[in-house]
Ligand binder design. Structure first.
Ligand code: FE2
Length: 375
């Protein structure tokens, strides 16, 4: 195949051709110890709807996968059916964690060619899978740790998820609380090579640059850079631990995940007060925020004065940047290990990630870390 982007670039030298157009995040697949029970947790606690399944009954021999939907978010929960499975190996090492961040692309073949040309390590070459509902093209490349990106080209595919999956319902419904993935954060030992990876391979741009001064307390610190796709739809903050008196939250993750991996999935909501109240009612646990945090909120973000009591009652954090403000909250880790968690975010113009809240977040996280004896 001819190097199409080079040809086009030559024709219009000024054009800033996006060689890696991304439609968005197609799905996120977690490898877990017990997919059936994880599906129960994410449907009942987080308000997802079970929509598809793959397992022994559908011809899969090594795994069971449950596909959940809420708004535009698609989570796939996959567990192993035998001890010699790479899924079991992954779960044994990392605990429950994100294996695949799948990206919807216009052309899997183009995405694969451009990515591998620019230094991405391939895992699975472009291939088609089909069933009576149509054909989907897929290819997979590596990213940080054992995490991978799968390119997905759905075309006109009309099945429940992917060929090999059957539509399934368990009575759970899309509660409409969570609308879309806002960003997915990776924790790594050294962020700069991974920022460069996303710049080179995905043509992403660095969006903001936090320093360890901005995101630190006396005892814990991190550094973070955010890369974003050309259309701004896909945002990947990358964290690394920074020097502090005691172990950083990122170090704790790296220790218990036994390597780099996805730290949190941030999901957008339209009404964070109602959403968090409902998630709490359903059993989701959130980080405790010191009450004193709210004393300074009206001065920082006067727009939220009217709902301050609700924000305080639910433990929702508030931050602002030049473009507006945002409301956010972090769950406790969703598994046994202090690794993966969720964020719920409601944006009012702000394009940042709540760096003004890092100090409050850190203080909250450190209290949790201290209780686990890991500070
Ligand atoms: Fe976040």
């Amino acid at each position: 195949m001819p190097p199409q982007t080079a040809v086009q670039a030559a024709a219009t030298p000024q054009a800033t051709e996006d060689y890696m157009p991304l439609n968005g995040i197609d799905h996120v697949e977690l490898f877990v110890g017990n997919a059936k029970q994880a599906a129960f947790f994410y449907t009942r606690a987080f308000g997802f709807q079970l929509v598809a399944y793959s397992g022994l009954e559908t011809g899969a021999r090594d795994r069971a996968s449950y596909v959940l939907r809420q708004g535009r978010i698609r989570l796939v929960l996959t567990g192993a059916l035998g001890s010699d499975s790479p899924i079991a190996e992954h779960q044994h090492k990392h605990g429950d964690g994100v294996k695949v961040i799948a990206l919807s692309v216009p052309s899997v073949d183009d995405a694969w060619r451009e990515a591998t040309l620019r230094g991405a390590e391939g895992v699975v070459e472009p291939h088609a899978i089909s069933d009576e509902h149509g054909t989907v093209r897929l290819a997979t490349i590596k990213t940080y740790g054992e995490t991978v990106h799968t390119f997905v080209e759905r075309g006109e595919y009309a099945g429940a998820f992917l060929p090999g999956y059957t539509a399934m319902s368990d009575g759970s419904e899309d509660t409409g609380m969570l609308l879309a993935l806002d960003h997915i954060v990776g924790n790594v030992e050294h962020m700069d090579p991974w920022v460069k990876y996303y710049e080179d391979v995905f043509d992403m741009k660095e969006m903001l640059h936090f320093t360890d001064e901005a995101i630190s307390t006396e005892y814990s610190a991190l550094m973070s850079k955010v890369v974003t796709s050309g259309n701004g739809v896909v945002k990947f903050p990358i964290n690394e631990p920074a020097e502090a008196k005691r172990k950083s939250q990122i170090d704790e993750y790296l220790e218990f995940y036994e390597g780099p991996g996805a730290q949190h999935l941030a999901v957008a909501t339209r009404d964070i007060v109602a959403t968090v109240a409902e998630l709490r009612r359903r059993g989701v646990e959130f980080l405790d925020i010191p009450d004193a945090y709210y004393d300074e909120v009206p001065a920082r973000v006067p727009e939220v004065q009217d709902i301050l009591a609700d924000l305080r009652a639910q433990g929702i954090l508030v931050d602002r940047d030049d473009d507006g403000y945002l409301l956010q909250i972090f769950t406790k880790p969703v598994g046994d290990r202090p690794t993966v968690f969720f964020e719920v975010i409601e944006r009012h113009g702000a394009r940042g990630f709540g760096d003004g809240n890092f100090k409050a977040l850190f203080e909250a996280l450190e209290r949790e870390q201290d209780r686990r004896g890991n500070l």
